[in-house]
Design a protein around this ligand. Structure first.
Ligand code: GTP
Ligand code: MG
Length: 479
């Protein structure tokens, strides 16, 4: 079993379509053994492309292009090889991306040939692991690579790109400097307790302002996390309402296609149905549900209503549709005024037939509800705007008053980062609390150290091998 950190050349498929990319890192010499033009490859400068064939290695181990072989080596595929020279490659090693043909059989044959030349199959994320070990990427950037690969909308990709370009790494660099400033001053006091340094006394936490600024920055990052996760993972928006309210019609209008069955008899939609779309760059799972009603004569509809309630539990946002032709009834009122565990946007539908008259503002607040016709589409832009606003608002928390420059950063990109930021925040809070109580610096310094270590673990400056393996193993192969 290979492990992260094992040396030697590695290879893996990195992409496939009509053409495929098989990525290698660690040795151009090994690749030359199975390349029809070994010298051209070995002499190629970094960032250049070499044309040739991947060929079976010769039995006697002589280079593929060498003359004495009795029969010409068997050709595997015609390829272009992009050559990268250490340290200017993704991994920081000599590396080559082989563009070959995209068929399954071809890719497998190329990989098999590379194995014969000494390449091991790369573990998931092993290229990024090497990039990290060689100082090409910090952990926040390595994680953003995976984010970028799985980004569902342009906005999500843009956020990952910001992290990839090092915005988050820089922010943590500042935080660590601030923490270090306070910690090293504290340690200096501990080493020379009788001296007064900078006119401060050992009773107060030295350079407290630096620790406080670090805390503010960490808190802003923690606050950014929900919004970032929203862009990355998306939100579930559930369309609910009584039978026949026009939920499926609205679903179709928002999707701009006839996906859900619309009919005039109540109880048409039996099971929930979902589709993906985006609102303001936020990826959304839009879900149409069976109409809610207390007791149905039909057991199948009953099951459907149960499922609607389950979907409501899981919703990030509920669009509650009221049938304008039926008006607001007790069930609608109960739903709209019920305990607000979820965000709800009330919608008055079928306004083409019955325009709303004197809607109760406590249920239909004018700027937080929509009046529309799912049949004509009129009013749906307002709903779309409200959905976008609601999702972003419900996921952002008020930013603490931060220096202007702090808004420049990218937010947190992973659960791992968030957990470490939380740890740093709680250690720092503890340190500041002890300082408020005028406790001895001996007691305070370890908490500052903990905060510093947590911040360092985020970028990988401080890291245990196990943590790294755990993290990179969640990457996909070829990255
Ligand atoms: N005039 C008018 N009719 C509408 C509008 N929206 C829906 N309808 C009609 O209302 C009926 C019910 O529409 P659906 O979209 O199936 O309603 P639903 O809420 O999904 O119903 P269930 O799935 O049975 O709960 C259909 O006959 C639609 O054509 C609208 O805005 N204006
Ligand atoms: Mg329906």
């Amino acid at each position: 079993m290979r492990r992260y950190g094992d040396a030697g050349p590695i290879a893996a498929r990195a992409a496939s379509g009509v053409l495929a990319i098989v990525r290698t890192s660690g040795s151009l010499e090994a690749l030359a053994r199975v390349f029809s033009r070994p010298r051209a490859l070995l002499e190629a400068p970094g960032n250049s492309v070499v044309y040739g064939w991947i060929v079976e290695p010769s039995e006697d181990g002589s280079p593929a292009g060498a003359p004495p072989a009795a029969a010409p080596p068997r050709r595997v595929d015609e390829v272009l090889v992009s050559v990268y020279r250490a340290p200017k490659s993704y991994t920081g090693e000599d590396a080559a991306d082989i563009s070959c043909h995209g068929g399954e059989a071809v890719i497998r044959a190329v990989l098999e040939t590379l194995r014969k030349a000494g390449f091991a199959d790369a573990l998931p994320g092993e290229f990024s692991f090497r990039a990290f070990m060689n100082g090409r990427l910090d952990l926040t950037r390595a994680e953003s690579v995976m984010e970028l690969v799985s980004a569902k909308t342009g906005a999500a990709a843009e956020k990952a790109l910001r992290r990839l370009s090092g915005a988050l790494e820089r922010e943590f660099h500042i935080i660590r400097e601030k923490l270090l400033e306070s910690l090293s001053a504290a340690e200096l006091f501990l080493d020379y307790p009788e001296d007064e340094i900078d006119g401060e006394t050992a009773e107060a936490l030295p350079h407290r302002a630096a620790a406080e600024e670090a805390l503010k920055r960490l808190e802003a990052l923690a606050a950014s996390y929900r919004r970032e996760r929203l862009y990355r993972e998306g939100a579930a928006v559930v369309i609910a309402g009584r039978p026949n309210a026009g939920k499926s019609s609205l679903f179709n209008v928002l999707l701009r296609e006839d996906r859900s069955i619309v009919a005039e008899n109540p109880g048409t939609t039996r099971d929930w149905i979902e589709a993906s779309l985006s609102f303001d760059g936020v990826p959304v799972r839009l879900i149409d549900t069976a109409g809610l009603r207390e007791a149905s004569p039909d057991p199948v509809e009953e099951i459907g209503v149960g499922r609607s309630r389950e979907m409501l539990e899981r919703a990030d946002l509920v669009v509650y549709v009221v049938d304008g032709t039926a008006g607001l009834n007790g069930e609608d009122r109960a739903f709209l005024s019920g305990p607000r565990r979820k965000k709800i946007i009330p919608v008055w539908n079928k306004a083409d037939i019955v325009p709303p008259v004197s809607l109760p503002p406590e249920l239909f607040s004018p700027d937080k509800s929509a009046v529309l016709s799912a049949r004509t589409g009129e009013g749906t832009e307002t709903l779309c705007r409200l959905i976008g606003e609601n999702l972003l608002e419900s996921h952002s928390s008020a930013f603490p008053d931060l220096p202007e420059a702090a808004f420049d950063f990218a937010g947190l990109g992973s659960e791992r980062q968030k957990a470490l930021v939380d740890r740093a925040i709680s250690s720092l809070n503890e340190a500041l609390l002890l300082a408020d109580r005028k406790e001895a610096l001996e007691l305070i310094a370890p908490f500052l150290r903990e905060a510093l270590d947590a911040a360092g673990e985020i970028t990988g400056e401080v890291s245990a091998a196990g943590v790294l393996e755990e993290m990179f193993s969640r990457f996909c192969v070829g990255k």
